[in-house]
Design a protein. Sequence first.
Lengths: 284, 388
Amino acid sequence: MSGGTGESRIPAAFESEPAFVPYLAAGDPTFEASLAYVEALERAGADVIELGLPFSEPIAEGPTIQQAVVRSLDGGMTVERYFEFVAALDVDVPLVCMTYYNLIYQYGDEEGPEPFVERAAAEGIDGFVVPDLPAEEAGPLRAACDAHGRDLVSIVAPTTRDDRLQRLVDLSSGYLYVQARLGVTGARASVSDRTTESLARVAETGTDLPRAVGFGISSFEQARDVIAAGADGAIVGSALVDIVAEGHAEDRPPEETAAELEALGRELKEGALAAAEPEASQAD
Amino acid sequence: MAEQGTFEGYGGRHVPEPLEEPLAELAGAFDQLKNDEAFQREFESLLEHFGGRPTPVFHAETLSERYDTEIYFKHEDLLHGGAHKLNNTLGQALLAKRAGKERLIAETGAGQHGTATAMVGALLDMDTTVYMGRHDMGRQEMNVFRMRLMGADVEPVERGNEGLAEAVDAAMEDLIERTDETHYLVGSAVGPDPFPRMVRHFQSVIGREAREQVQELHGDLPDACVACVGGGSNAIGLFHAFKDDDVAFYGAEPAGKGLNSGQHSAPLSATEREDPEVFQGMRTRVIDDGTENHSVSAGLDYPAVGPEHAALQELGRAEYHGITDEEALAAFRELSEAEGIIPALEPSHAIALACKLAEADRHDTLLVNLCGRGDKDMRTAAEQFDLS
Ligand SMILES: Cc1ncc(COP(=O)(O)O)c(C=O)c1O
């Protein structure tokens, strides 16, 4: 794949239009099928792709993503395989590695996150999201990202307020992951009021970082609504992972699952774009 | 979170962002209430009248003679509910109530913490849900009945090993979903800050009492304190009052089928030293990936350990030793026969370690935390010792 050197390509991905940011667990359920799924999402119009590096003890993931993690680990995923996966991907959009503190901090011979970031950057990762990394301990990872021109994306929750919010904004680059609602990951029917509130609070900090909203988005309407509420991008994970899970459970050929992912991906991207075009959003 | 949530770099608060603020609020409430006299009075009064504190210290004559070492037991098995767990559940539930929470959730392994949570849920009229691994529900059935009788919902957890660690995950997810109205009543000195120091605070009554009581009975401080370590709450509860004394600390970890068997839950005493990891919200020591988490005792088979114990070991202030299933069962039987006290399988590990220390002639006086009674383990005992 491209990438590998130079600067993160994430900021550019949010410049022209509302972004569609899908998530998949790398290697779910197999290395080869998963490559095809990620590539299908690029064809669907993904602007940034969040690629999960599975960890055996994920905290705060709902059943959908927990099972994806299990499938991927059962399929032989390891940190080393993940880097091979990233290298093997034939996509041009920026990639964000979503994973956990232990995997990043325990990689390589030296202490700290530097070896992981260096390797990930060399393989073509543009940025990182680490849900269990407290802002208080993020210094070394932030420094490693700076040294390698990568982005560190922070998650902002509906419960994140004032001092903490400012701290997360100051720490982050690339974009902010604004959690639409409380809870663990998983697809839901509607977008919560708390989304609008959270976006307003982020705006008050005066940051010009793009805001991508995620947690529970699964349809055209929801993607449209979060963009209309002021987001710069829509993050979609569980709804896509559900398709992978079903394909796996029903033993469907990977091409069929890839086609389904592409179809839902297009719908979500169109939803995101619809909010930016006044005539389209008046149509319902 | 400030440095106060860490112990020599262990601990901290490694949680997903939605929990950061709620836990910071909890830490704030705890810092404020622990110095609040009215709160302290209410807590102490309930410990006395509801819980039966102070629990006695008992000089075990037969064992003392047999091992030629003065052995004292802190009788936490006599606390209401049958284990030390109530000290913590009462403290946290009172705090949660003051913080406006209506609902308690808890994880449980042996069912003792779940039972102690159900007790305070009923006492303080709070909605209570306890997560328990399916495997543990089978081997600690009596406690499932007790919890349900007191009105708690017992939610079976059916993933992974269906044990204590999985129950913690399930409770953590519940907390993330319903953080506004819910207090997660963590049952040991584990998890993200403020839990390890909050649980220690409420459990430290054990050591405060015992320190006075042993001096009264024996005329002096003990040479060493011995306690079993699952997450480490009864151990830290005993040790804390002696931290500035010339008293040695010993933690008995569950060595399962042996420290080299690949089946144990002894992160501190296992021969292979692992680097610290982030696990269930804290930075601490965890058994290595290839080891199967196992102990005959459902309250000890936790793959990690409270961060303060990792720190005490690193500082050389405490020693941790593995006690196998077999050794614990032998101690269980020995105490029953020698002293007429049936201990839980958890403190049976501490008793076994105390006997070993005595045999090695390391100390003249030992204070052992008898942190629970063995009624819940009768089925295991009946099978092991052919009692039917
Ligand atoms: C009687 C008893 N002792 C000890 C423990 C272990 O917990 P801790 O290490 O926190 O004291 C348990 C846990 O359930 C228990 O029931």
